[in-house]
Write a protein that binds this ligand. Sequence first.
Ligand SMILES: [Fe+2]
Ligand SMILES: [Fe+2]
Length: 131
Amino acid sequence: MVIKRADLPQVANSIMNALHEDEIEIINELYEACQKGNMERIDELMELLLYDIEEHFLTEEELMREAEFFAYPMHKAEHDGMRKEVKALMESWKKNREAQEISNFIKDRLVPWLILHIARWDSTTAIHLGD
Ligand SMILES: [Fe+2]
Ligand SMILES: [Fe+2]
């Protein structure tokens, strides 16, 4: 397990909290599949992670647009940066089949990014959106 539920900052909007909880389950499963070197499972979970991240970011962006949240462009730019990184990771995975690259990315980049992003951006957004 690379991230526990207790490590996830809670925000003032239950939809967003649910999105984050779902995401860390996929992240933990993918991390475990990498540790085991289960290539088929990594293929499945990488697809699932990309899909889930898109759903997570898109849902937040829709909520922000509906609420006409002033920091929408900055928050979306943060999402766009990570969208690019995970797409690049997927390209590299397809080409090189390096499970270690994925587990390093999860541990050193995605998880710290997620915790910081939620604490900085999602929490402020959630306060504006309410529950
Ligand atoms: Fe989020
Ligand atoms: Fe966000």
